[in-house]
Ligand binder design. Sequence first.
Ligand code: ATP
Ligand code: MG
Length: 320
Amino acid sequence: MRVLSGIQPTGRPHWGNFFGAIRQYIDLQDDNDGFYFIADMHALTTVRDAAALKQYTLDAALDLMALGLDPKKATLFVQSQVPEVSELTWLLMTGTPMGLLERCHAYKDKKEKGLNADAGLFTYPVLMAADILIYDSEVVPVGQDQIQHIEVARDLAGSFNHTFGETFKLPKAKTLDHSAKVPGTDGEKMSKSYNNTLPLFGNVKQIRKQIMRITTDSRAMEDPKEPEGDHLFQLYRLFASPEDVETMAAMYRRGGFGYGDVKKAVAEASETYFAEARARREELEANLDYVHETLRDGAARAREVAADVLLRAQKACGLR
Ligand code: ATP
Ligand code: MG
């Protein structure tokens, strides 16, 4: 099955990216034809600094490979290396109702937070639809925030097929139960653009400090608490075994514990969990030629598929 997903090079990847999306890439790479890309054209809607964008793009490749994405099993590439995507975006744009885009949460949320809303951000779901449809993708592993955008891709594919005849496969989103929306240090969705992230890589001491700053409610420590609604508990659950999660849940319900202890447990568990990936990242950093070569090969493979599907779409709508 063709599985596809992308990550934006907009800053350091975080626990939400890993537990919501990247972990799925790795789980799915053995038995599927995985296409995973670094969405540098999407990132242009937020990163307006050429050197930074280039660095983040390379970093994202290192991050994914360090976390276990295996170029022998899956195709890893950079979005802008497949120019066919931009061509397909235009074809899809011509059939996209404005109202559909106006209803998209990512745009609405960013706008409400006072972030720049340009035409690129507004039409972002159409570029994303092209990203998905151009590889005949069937399954798209993502976090909850992307479900709506995948619905848009389905809608656009369906209406194109309806108008011009069967052209595109209809993709489906795939999310994980407990980690489709990982909370950030403030309890909101963890997001690179909301400044509430816990990064996967970087200075361990600094990350520990960030963990200790996770907001907690102000109720007395002795009060029993319902674990499910607590974002610190949700973060703990990402790393702990089912038995440890049960023990922690019981502790919450009993009350009389300190949030500081939970934070320490989260810090320790996360350090152990990512230790191997950290070591692998350092090895990759010393071997950048291999990383560049991987991205070059990946783009060549992706372009072959993309060119076929683009041609199919162009023929269908009378451009060829
Ligand atoms: P930005 O704020 O720039 O949009 P982001 O933190 O949302 O960045 P993306 O690169 O947009 O990260 O998302 C990459 C993948 O990670 C997507 O599949 C997205 O659904 C998933 N993801 C992002 N944040 C979370 C989260 N908090 N919980 C679960 N999955 C997430
Ligand atoms: Mg995002």
